[in-house]
Design a protein around this ligand. Structure first.
Ligand SMILES: [Zn+2]
Length: 184
């Protein structure tokens, strides 16, 4: 969070600008799937207790204790998103039937993974301005989040809303085509 679907706006700005270089499905999935954790807790109930860190001490199990940190982006969420994305790619004939005008661009596993990392960090970046339980040291130690800033959080949200349309047109010039003309 903040309100998961709104992550599509900052992600959309970045994607529109660089869509040729980014795996669309991986980027969009990575920018929202980070919130699997808080959404699960909201449905199933918040976790209680503490989790032992590798260098000693504990971290309380809050809404964002496991997925919202750089370690989880690199080693949990980006690999998970990459595998999910590559599985979805198996339906290529179906995708091309639905979006018959689109050009299929082949992305390697490596570029899909790197795209998922970028999507994860776009999510984490905005969340870091909002959530005090983002722990940059997980799973080793506790590093309290220095980026909390409600004014900055609002600015990111407003700017991404304002910039989404200009980003589309600038991205069209940079990439030579529309983001809606290519898959995946
Ligand atoms: Zn989040």
């Amino acid at each position: 969070m903040p309100i998961t679907p709104f992550h599509l706006f900052p992600a959309g700005v970045v994607y529109f600008l660089f869509h040729r270089r980014l795996h669309g499905i991986a980027f969009i999935l990575a920018s929202v799937l980070m919130d699997i954790e808080p959404v699960l807790y909201l449905v199933l109930g918040s976790p209680r207790g503490s989790f032992p860190l590798l260098l000693g001490s504990y971290v309380p199990m809050s809404l964002h204790w496991f997925t919202h940190n750089p370690f989880a982006v690199f080693l949990v969420m980006a690999p998970f998103t990459t595998i999910l994305t590559k599985t979805l790619e198996l339906a290529k004939p179906l995708w091309l039937q639905i979006f018959s005008e689109a050009e299929w661009v082949a992305y390697s596993w490596r570029s899909t993974y790197l795209t998922a990392i970028l999507g994860g960090f776009v999510h984490l970046g905005w969340d870091s301005t909002v959530h005090g339980d983002v722990n940059f040291g997980f799973p080793f130690t506790r590093i309290s989040n220095p980026l909390i800033n409600s004014q900055f959080a609002i600015w990111i949200g407003m700017l991404s809303l304002i910039l989404i349309v200009p980003a589309y047109f600038v991205g069209k010039r940079i990439n030579g085509d529309s983001p809606f003309q290519k898959l995946p």
